[in-house]
Structures are given as C-alpha cells and as structure tokens.
Design a protein around this ligand. Structure first.
Ligand SMILES: [Zn+2]
Ligand SMILES: [Zn+2]
Length: 483
C-alpha cells in the first residue's frame, strides 16, 4: 500500500499529470492490448504512441533504422538528452480473453504475454509527464522517447543501435512489467539467433537412395555434433533449436533442410566463440553427407550492463511513488490466476528470479524492495542490453501481475490487460517521469553515470554490432506491401 504522506510529498506536476491522465493511459494500453501486433507488424500500436506524443508537442521521426514501426519522439532543446525506451510488440499463440481461465479470443492468435502494451504506454506517459514539468519550469534539456519494435525477436534495438539511434542520448531509462517492485540489477544473456540451411539432392528413397544426398541427415548430424559439444561448454551457455524444415515425405530424400539455433551465453565473446564452433560442426555435417550449407543470421544481442548510479535514481523515485495500490477486486483476480498455475510453478518462478521465498505467501507485491539480483545474470536475453553498451542504461520492474506468474503465459496476458497491470503501469510512468526530472536537475548524476559506463566499457571493450553489416531488419514483406 502506498504511504499517503509520501504520495503527497511527490504530488508535483509529474505525478499529478499521470493521475489526471490515468484514464487516457489505460485506454491506450487497452487498445494496444487488443491490437496484439507481432514484432515489426506493430503499425497500429506504434501509430497510437507516436500520435499521442505528437499531440503532447514531441517531434516524431517515424520508420527509423529501416523499420516502419520504429520511431523517435523528441521534445526540448540542448543537453542533457535523456532517453526513455518503449516497447509494444506481442507474442504469437497467446491470444487470451480477460478471464481467469485459458480462453483465446482468436485461436492461435497473438497476445501481450510480456506486457509490452503497458510497457510502451508507461514509457510514453513518463516522457510526457516529465515534459510538462520541464516546459512549465522553463528547464533546458531534451527528452527522447525511443519507440522500439520487435523486442521479443531481439531485433528492434539491435538494428537501432547499429544505426546510431541512441548515440546522442546521455542516458537511457526504462522499465519492464513484472510481479515485484524493484530495480532490475541483473545482467542478461548475450545471444545469436541463426538458421543453418543444408542443400542436398533429392531421389527416390527406396528405388535410388544412392543417388540422393539428404539435407535432413546433415541437420541431424549437426545437432548430434552440437549435443556432443555441450560437455565442453561452460554451464550457463544455452543452445536450443528447432528443425524448421525437415523435408516432405519419407519416400523422398530431402534436398533442403533447416535448423534454427539460439546460442546464449553470459558474455558476447562467449556467444561468438560458441557460434564459431557451430559453424565448424555445420561444415563437418555437410562434409559427412555430401551436402552444402549456408547461414541465415537472424539477429544477435549483447548482455545487459545495468548502470548502478541510474539504478539508485530509479529506486529512490520508486520509493517515493510507492507500490501500486491494489484493491479487493485485484486480489480476487490475482487469487484466481494464481490458482490456475501448475503445481510448483509459483515457487519455481520466485526461486529462479532470486527473490525472497517469503514472496511465495503473497498474491500481489505491495512494497518496494531493494534489488535482489545484483551481480547475477537472468536466464533470458533482452535487446535493452544493446542500448546499455551504447549509453548508460537502467531499468526497473513494477508489480503488474501476481507473484510467480510465469513469463509469456496466458495468465500474464490477463494480468497486464486488467487493473493489476494498469496500476503497475501508472506507477512506472510516475517513476520514469520523476527520474527524468531529477536527472535534468542534477548534471552531476549524469556525469557519474557516464563515468561508471566509460569504466565498464574500458574493461569490456567497445560495442561492435553483432549484426552483419548488410543485414536488413526482417520486416515481413506481406505487411510492408499492405501498408
Ligand atoms: Zn518477452
Ligand atoms: Zn518483455
């Protein structure tokens, strides 16, 4: 429960703006929840946010970095330049009605299983709220809202970083919907997403197998090679795959086959080394089967460098704003959603996050806690990491779903479409807005954040885009033609 006196203390223009515009922000997030557009297809979602930012006086540059749904919204003049990152893409197969049982709106349709509907809106709301205050006070400085598409496929920010979109920002702030109110202090796994294509020769599998060269056998041998490699890799490295083309009928030797790998590791250099090993295995598989291969490099990303100075700014403002104020109705929904989890799931999610096991007894998180993941690496990847290698970056989470809600689940879609997620979103908008204001007023904090960043880059090496120079963002052709 938010402390009343603390709420009054920070009840300045930023928090008032968010409170007065709560109905608008909720409407925007509901619209984006309903659009549920997949990565690089977020035409309505990006348009909604860009239009609202434009209405508030921001200048919009649409379609940056060769992605029609990526944009930059800027307001103000001169230094410092403070960036806020926003996301708005949905996930396939997670279409879900706002009911506490699994019921899709559209079978196999998409849904906001990661809460990016409230992610983008809180970020835009925070940017507008901070702008209102700067404008009124006549404080110089620039706010930039970065509209980042396709986070789920780790595409948007990596391609934007390659184009230098974040280069003029002094710092970047962001958040992510979660189930606890705290700073996100952990790193994340660096990653490559790569498809290996094998090309053989088809023949009748019974009549003339000797004339055929099986591309599928090459895929199978490659996967066996990769599985033998695992023993010789450090433990946190994760390699997972799907066979995206295994040929047609068993009576035709397949002349084409494809396997898609995600290679993840705590450091970018370890991803690169492991990737080189996979290329050697592909060469071996091709040699063994008399086939040829090539590679579709889909995307790659770095590991997150969380900036501690900025993390402290976010945490202080988070304490001022307080946890979202949930009511009986929120608790009822949280209980229904929690009851639908698989046995042991809540315990597993809390344990994996590193949070206190005491949280398991609670339904919704109603306090702000110190970070519990410092020095750790979360077992997933995010393209926010690629921003963090270019400009000092920090992020936080607010409670937008019941404690222990699995990520990318239908329960999460319900939570972030309901008042639980909406309350977490309004808190996040206030925290972002207040943090922008604090940093605009304290040049010293920005200098310190940059010193920390420069030190870290000195130790770890400069950012080199993981993407091949000539690689274009994978904008779906069908969508491009339609719009
Ligand atoms: Zn996600
Ligand atoms: Zn996400």
């Amino acid at each position: 429960m938010a402390n009343f006196m603390e709420t009054v203390k920070v009840n300045d223009l930023v928090t008032t703006w968010v409170e007065e515009h709560a109905a608008d922000l909720i409407k925007w997030s509901t619209d984006i929840w309903n659009y549920a557009e997949l990565g690089l297809e977020e035409y309505q979602s990006s348009k909604l946010l860009a239009e609202q930012l434009a209405k508030a006086g921001f200048t919009i540059e649409m379609g940056v970095a060769d992605m029609p749904t990526a944009f930059v919204a800027s307001w103000g003049t001169g230094k410092p330049v403070i960036g806020i990152l926003g996301e708005y893409d949905a996930l396939p197969g997670l279409s879900q009605k706002l009911v506490p049982e699994k019921k899709p709106i559209i079978p196999e349709g998409s849904g906001h299983g990661c809460g990016h509907n409230i992610y983008g809106v809180a970020a835009a709301g925070g940017a507008i709220a901070a702008k209102e205050w700067l404008e009124k006070e006549g404080i110089p400085g620039t706010i930039k809202f970065y509209g980042c598409p396709a986070e789920e496929t780790l595409v948007g920010k990596v391609f934007m970083a390659r184009e230098g979109i974040f280069d003029d920002a002094d710092i970047c702030l962001t958040w992510h919907p979660g189930s606890v109110n705290t700073i996100w202090s952990s790193s994340s796994l660096a990653m490559n997403s790569v498809k290996f294509n094998f090309y053989g020769k088809s023949s009748h599998a019974a009549a003339n197998p000797e004339a055929g060269r099986s591309a599928l056998k090459a895929v199978q041998l490659m996967d066996i090679g990769v599985n033998f490699l695992r023993e010789h890799l450090i433990d946190p490295i994760r390699i997972h795959s799907t066979i995206t083309n295994g040929g047609g009928g068993p009576n035709v030797v397949p002349d084409k086959a494809q396997i898609w790998y995600y290679i993840r590791a705590p450091h970018r250099s370890e991803v690169e080394e492991t990737y080189d090993k996979l290329i050697n295995i592909a060469k071996g598989a091709a040699l063994m089967t008399g086939t040829e291969y090539d590679i579709d490099f889909i995307t790659g990303c770095y590991e997150m460098l969380p900036n501690k100075i900025l993390g402290e700014v976010l945490l202080n403002n988070m304490k001022k704003v307080g946890a979202p104020d949930f009511d009986q109705q929120d608790m009822k929904l949280a209980k229904e959603l929690t009851d639908s989890f698989d046995p042991g799931m809540k315990e597993l999610v809390v344990k994996t996050s590193g949070a206190s096991s005491k949280l398991i007894e609670q339904l919704l998180h109603e306090e702000v806690v110190e970070p519990f993941d410092e020095g750790k690496s979360m077992s997933g990847s995010t393209d926010v990491a690629d921003v963090s290698w270019n400009v000092p970056t920090a992020q936080f989470t607010t409670a937008c779903a019941p404690i222990g809600t699995p990520g990318h689940s239908w329960q999460n879609v319900v939570a972030v479409g309901s008042s639980i997620g909406q309350k977490g979103m309004l808190s996040a908008a206030k925290i972002l807005g207040l943090s922008v204001v604090e940093l605009m007023l304290d040049a010293d904090l920005i200098t310190k954040a940059n010193e920390e960043f420069i030190n870290e880059i000195k130790q770890k090496g400069e950012y080199i885009s993981p993407l091949p120079e000539d690689l274009k963002p994978p904008v779906p052709v069908k969508v491009k033609e339609m719009k």
